[in-house]
Ligand binder design. Sequence first.
Ligand code: HEC
Length: 162
Amino acid sequence: MVQFRFLLGSLLIAFLVACGGKPENSSQGASTAATTPEEHANPSDYDPDRGAGKFTEENVVLGESLDKAMADRGHDIQKVKCSACHRLTDEKLVGPGWAGVTERQKPYWIMNFITNPDEMIDRDPILQAQLELCLVRMPNQNLTDDEARDILEFMRENDGVK
Ligand code: HEC
């Protein structure tokens, strides 16, 4: 019984830590959790750097500096469609906090995920590890391509791009 409580406690800590979205913590959390998903993801045609969807290194072009108008539109969409589950810090709410997300993931991975979450959650080892820890599947928010691009710009602003 004592051992059982200890196990529960450890699981809870792993849950809190790994869902927090901090790079150093999430890599620790993901290293154990990611072994199982990798076994059933199909490695031959899934690129974990890019994800699955229409966006690629070629068609997601970032400016050197921030496009403020785009970022402001992205912020407005974030308030309506994302803020119920995501904080802008590294704190977990329902999903991981957004701080540092543009450093953790490629811009085209982010664009693919937020426009095509269902397929990516089924196939992406990092998302599967997050799902195991967050226990909620991110719902499709029906973003247009332009809305997704605006949100990406807002995430860049949130990560300090000026
Ligand atoms: C109902 C809650 C919910 C809403 C609303 C939601 N998300 Fe998520 N999001 C999650 C969860 C949970 C995860 C972790 C992956 C999973 O379990 O599906 C996640 C993961 C993410 C990630 C990956 C984060 C990382 O650190 O790797 C991004 C990016 C993201 N969401 C963007 C968005 C955007 C953009 C919106 C709004 C358009 C949004 N989310 C709305 C729950 C939500």
